[in-house]
Design a binder for this molecule. Structure first.
Ligand code: HEM
Length: 439
């Protein structure tokens, strides 16, 4: 009898779990094992899983963009995208502009002099503008900028487990769309709203953004003109800029909360030129925006008694891999210095941006933006201080806040306090009361 027969529905493989339930279309394997991850990184036999494609498609409608397309199509576009990131020298400026806009959007608290910022929504808006300008390479009309600035971006997606159940029962198929809409309107208003604004901005960007010469946007337009991309594929790439803003904003939200909680790192980041990179890497280890994502491994098991060849949905549990006791020392501790050790992240145990042939094409942009953002907000002449609006003693897990179990994981509580620090002269320093004032 097959190893994955109806009788062995649930299996344990060390720290991993493998499910082969009769009504599931595929066997599902959850893995946090670097050795298993190595097999898929070697390539061959794996492709983006249908479950992951379905989740992404429903989240942001880019059912034709790189991330949800087959390997052949993705590879052509990945090669064309390769040289489209901004020059290295321009990242400090882009990150500074983003932070300045973020601070400008902070709200003054009624009975206090501090400003409160719910970072996630503001970051999505500012990253979206920044990604459209600097990664898509578009000049934006004032109407489009105003429309983006006036929109509240809701960071939610349906819980991943619910997506899994829907997939398993086939409820993601088009015939169930009306039912899903009713469920969304009743229970997941935020998700419904996100899809509506994704649709709205797809149209607005196509109408109100013009391509800079040599940009990714210009390349996409040429491909569409030459019929190398269909209209749907072209629009899919435009829309995927919005979901990219969500991933980067989730990471930046965790980054801001971590630095607000750990003032002891301000000086270390100023004096050690590598510390900003270590700090960002540690944030992405403990709080990866994509906690899990999946691949499909074709035809490696047969389901008795039907003897039909089927696939394995190989779900890498990045969050578990990054906190795996067997591969990381003190995995629950927030310790950026661990990345100072050569090859600290090697061996397929660290993959916030994925690994292998379908890894994230926005990795360079995202890392540079986060590093430069951190350097800017920790620099001596920044002029603001970020703190958390609650007491944080540094709990054993090293968590400033929780993380929700969604496709893209945003901090559950994303508030930070922003205080303006007035630079003082030597004589004023004698009076410590005057040192810190609020805007
Ligand atoms: C901190 C921010 C980000 C994180 C953590 C992140 C993470 C990821 C992950 C985990 C994957 C799947 C990789 C895999 O399957 O092996 C991915 C794919 C992808 N990401 Fe990102 N991402 C981020 C930002 C961005 C940005 C800014 C862009 C903008 C271009 C982007 C574009 C893509 C694309 C197009 C893919 C699909 C690649 C393919 O299927 O071949 N990402 N990202």
């Amino acid at each position: 009898m097959s190893k994955f027969s109806v009788l062995s529905q649930l299996q344990w493989k060390g720290s991993n779990k493998t499910y082969a339930v009769p009504w599931l279309r595929n066997r599902i394997e959850f893995s946090a094992d670097p050795e298993r991850v190595k097999e898929y990184v070697k390539g061959g036999g794996f492709t983006r899983s249908q479950l992951t494609r379905d989740m992404l498609t429903r989240f942001h409608l880019s059912n034709n963009s790189i991330v949800v397309s087959d390997d052949a199509h993705a590879n052509v576009l990945r090669k064309l995208f390769r040289d489209k990131a901004p020059d290295r020298d321009s990242y400090p400026r882009i990150a500074r502009e983003l932070v300045d806009e973020l601070i400008a959007s902070a709200e003054t608290l009624p009975s206090s002099n501090s400003h409160s910022l719910s970072v996630s929504s503001s970051l999505i808006r500012e990253n979206y503008l920044s990604i459209l300008r600097n990664l898509l390479g578009a000049d934006l009309s004032p109407e489009l900028v105003d429309a983006i600035r006036d929109t509240k971006f809701h960071p939610g997606t349906r819980p991943v487990h619910l997506e899994g159940v829907m997939f398993a029962f086939g409820l993601q198929l088009p015939g169930f769309a009306p039912m899903r809409k009713v469920v969304d309107l009743l229970f997941f208003k935020g998700e419904h709203y996100t899809r509506n604004i994704a649709q709205k901005f797809e149209k607005l960007v196509c109408k109100h953004a013009s391509p800079k010469p040599g940009s990714w946007y210009a390349t996409l337009l040429t491909l569409r003109q030459n019929k190398a991309l269909t209209e749907a594929q072209y629009k899919g790439e435009i829309t995927s800029m919005l979901v990219s803003s969500f991933s980067l904003s989730a990471a930046m939200s965790s980054l801001l909360l971590c630095i607000a909680a750990r003032s002891e790192y301000l000086e270390k980041i100023r004096t050690d030129q590598n510390m900003a990179r270590y700090f960002v890497s540690e944030v992405l280890r403990l709080y990866p925006p994509f906690r899990r994502f999946g691949y499909e491994e074709k035809g490696i098991w047969t389901r008795k008694p039907r003897d039909k060849e089927s696939a394995t949905d190989f779900m890498v549990s990045v969050a578990d891999l990054h906190r795996h006791e067997g591969v990381w020392t003190d995995p629950e501790q927030f310790r950026p210095e661990r990345f100072a050790v050569p090859r600290a992240a090697s061996g397929c145990k660290y993959m916030p941006f994925g690994l292998g042939p379908r890894s994230c094409i926005g990795q360079l942009y995202s890392m540079q933006m986060m590093i430069e953002m951190l350097k800017y907000i920790t620099s001596e002449n920044f002029g603001y201080k970020f703190t958390l609006p609650y007491d944080y003693a540094g709990d054993a897990e090293g968590l400033p806040i929780g993380i929700s179990g969604r496709l893209i994981s945003f901090p559950v509580d994303d508030r930070i306090l922003v205080e303006k620090v007035i630079q003082v002269s030597a004589t004023q320093q004698a009076d410590p009361q005057s040192h810190c004032e609020f805007a």
